[in-house]
Design a protein around this ligand. Sequence first.
Ligand SMILES: [Zn+2]
Length: 284
Amino acid sequence: MATPRCLACRLFRVRGWTHSPRAAAAAAVSIGSAAAWLGSSIRNKIYFPPSRDETICDETILARALPDAHPDTVRVRRVAADIVAAAREDKVFGHRRLSERTGHRLVHDINWRVHVIDDDTWIRAFSTYNGEIVVFTGLLKRYCRKDGHLATMLGHEVAHAIARHMQREFTKRFYVRVLANFIEELLHAPVDGILQAVWVSLFMRPCLFSQELEADRAGIMLQAAAGYDPCDAPAFFKAHEPYEDLSNQYAPARTHPTCKRRVQELMREHVLGEAMKVFGQAVE
Ligand SMILES: [Zn+2]
């Protein structure tokens, strides 16, 4: 009958160091946490949503959504519809399809829904894997007075969804948690919430930063194809710069690159230059 020690040897196919109670415990903790996390993911319907129409947004947030007929809701939905329509059409610009330029094809079974939340204290927006885009009036009033700036923000959020960033992030977080458990067991460190959070933040940070920059690059192509001036994209992030809190830019919990870095990436010739070509053809 297999003991935990032999099970560890068989699973990791390494002799010597796995023949110890500590390694067996590490394997047991890792496998156990993996199973628990996967079980809770399935339970929370992260990987297997029962319906494309079901909301995964917090109901207390949605309770503060502006009515459908409110001018802010109408405006945000109009620009979002332009962005999604451009992605769906997937037109050829300069011998390359829009999907090649963004690096991602539109996922056709996404049910796009836009919620504008009446909260001026929140300067943010986010999107979910199943096509919900949530925009807070704080962001709208402060940085999106011009439709071009609104198109930048919405292009970014649509890009997150079609690039399946949320799914990729959950998958990576899963592996990082397993790895963190394993290392902590080997080092005989206490497995507590604070240490776990630090491990996850350190390993996840490069992934989150690259996803944000990817959404910026894809988003500027989407806004250009929808007929919104791509020059508004770097201008949108430049407007954020004076208000950005840089005191914690090296903190492990930071999930977004600085605005300065985002502007630099957007201004590159292969990004803004290409987007300008797409824009020129989209509006001619
Ligand atoms: Zn983002």
